[in-house]
Design a protein around this ligand. Structure first.
Ligand code: GLA
Length: 379
């Protein structure tokens, strides 16, 4: 069984990384994105405040780096066709410099279509010019969102459409993380890396409810062969701290995302968050599972109705294991070590509480709350 698991996970490493640059996003990108909380209301001041928060509240130390502006920053184009920011942002250069001065990186957003999803100016017909503008401003990350491209291209043209922007980014000479956002159409995980994608959304949008988050997260099984250093499946940004999920649901969200080696882009208002939210986002042993150097995406190893066990092999030979209760009442969940390939007694550590639980043989059982999760490391 262990060999079987090893072979399945080894397949992931065998797939060609193609054009994706694995020095960029060697581990899943971590940071913040404006959309989930601020949506179209986002301003330059909100972005500065997010950078201030990350730099001072422990998030930077925990590995959060990118401060990403999503939709609704765009103004019109000047006579030469150069894109300008709207009045909420003014000149981008000082904002970029401010974020950089905090030791952080900054991201921007556009669409291959004429308009973005919120109907702001897209990059259609201006790809090279826009890529150069982002590089001139000093951006480090681009999320490129399909949106109205649907009106001017066939879906079968996605590969060339995304490659066009990747080539334009490369031409600038500036390393810019390339984030594909086209909702998982056309099995993007099969070609995302070949067009230089460092991450690609695998689904339609998340929202701040357990049902939506869990449908997305638990549906990711099977995509693990396509993820690896430099090129990641992206089940969308975090909703932790936005108010729609309780503590146990937020623990499930974070535990599942780290097992999936998902990008960790906080989506809440960082200058107004509870200690509880901050503790969930910055738990170092939990984040370490996501950022593990091997870059193997975890998978479901057992399921009994709404009770699921997921596992992610780690670089040090240990295995991170999540016990998830999607049911409506507390339930015991058992992980059988033979499902993980262990035929000896193992050591178990609780990653959320940082406690060694002890030595076990055969199996381990924990009571898991409704919609909650337990995350352990087994070795
Ligand atoms: C799409 C994307 C979201 C966000 C919005 C912005 O819905 O999937 O993540 O970027 O557009 O309009």
């Amino acid at each position: 069984m262990r060999r079987q698991i090893a072979v399945i996970f080894a397949l992931a490493l065998a797939l060609p990384a193609a054009a994706a640059d694995s020095t960029l996003a060697a581990t899943p990108p971590m940071g913040w994105n404006s959309w989930n909380h601020f949506a179209c209301k986002v301003t330059a001041a909100d972005v500065r405040a997010a950078a201030d928060a990350i730099a001072s509240n422990g998030m930077k130390d925990a590995g959060y780096v990118y401060v990403n502006i999503d939709d609704c920053w765009q103004g019109d184009r000047d006579e030469q066709g150069r894109i300008r920011a709207n009045a909420k942002f003014g000149d981008m250069k000082p904002l970029v410099e401010y974020v950089h001065s905090k030791g952080l990186k900054i991201g921007i957003y556009s669409s291959p279509g004429p308009k973005t999803c919120a109907r702001y100016e897209g990059s259609y017909g201006h790809e090279e010019q826009d890529a150069q503008q982002y590089a001139d401003w000093g951006f480090d990350y681009l999320k490129y969102d399909w949106c109205s491209a649907e009106r001017v291209y066939q879906r079968s043209q996605m590969v060339e459409v995304y490659k066009k922007m990747h080539d334009a980014l490369v031409k600038t000479g500036r390393p810019i993380v390339f984030s594909l956002c086209q909702y998982g159409y056309e099995r993007v995980w099969r070609w995302g890396a070949s067009v230089g994608g460092n991450l690609w959304r695998t689904t339609e949008d998340i929202n701040d409810h357990y049902d939506r988050m869990s449908v997305i997260g638990f549906d990711q099984d099977g995509l693990q062969p396509f993820a690896g250093p430099g090129h990641w499946n992206d089940p969308d940004m975090l909703e932790i701290g936005n108010g729609g999920m309780n503590h146990d649901e937020s623990i499930t969200h974070m535990s599942l995302w780290v097992l999936l080696a998902a990008p960790l882009l906080a989506g809440n208002d960082l200058s107004n968050m509870s200690q509880e939210t901050l503790d969930i986002l910055t738990n170092k042993e939990v984040v370490a599972v996501d950022q593990d150097a091997k870059g193997i995406q975890g998978r479901r190893v057992a399921q009994e109705g709404p009770l699921e066990v997921w596992a992610k092999p780690l670089a040090d030979g240990g295995i991170a294991v999540g016990l998830f209760n999607r049911g409506e009442s507390v339930n015991p969940i058992t992980v059988n070590f033979k499902d993980l390939g262990f035929d000896r007694s193992v050591q178990i550590r609780d990653l959320w509480t940082h406690k060694d639980i002890g030595s076990f043989s055969g199996s381990y059982t924990a009571d898991v709350p409704r919609h909650g999760a337990v995350l352990v490391k087994i070795r």
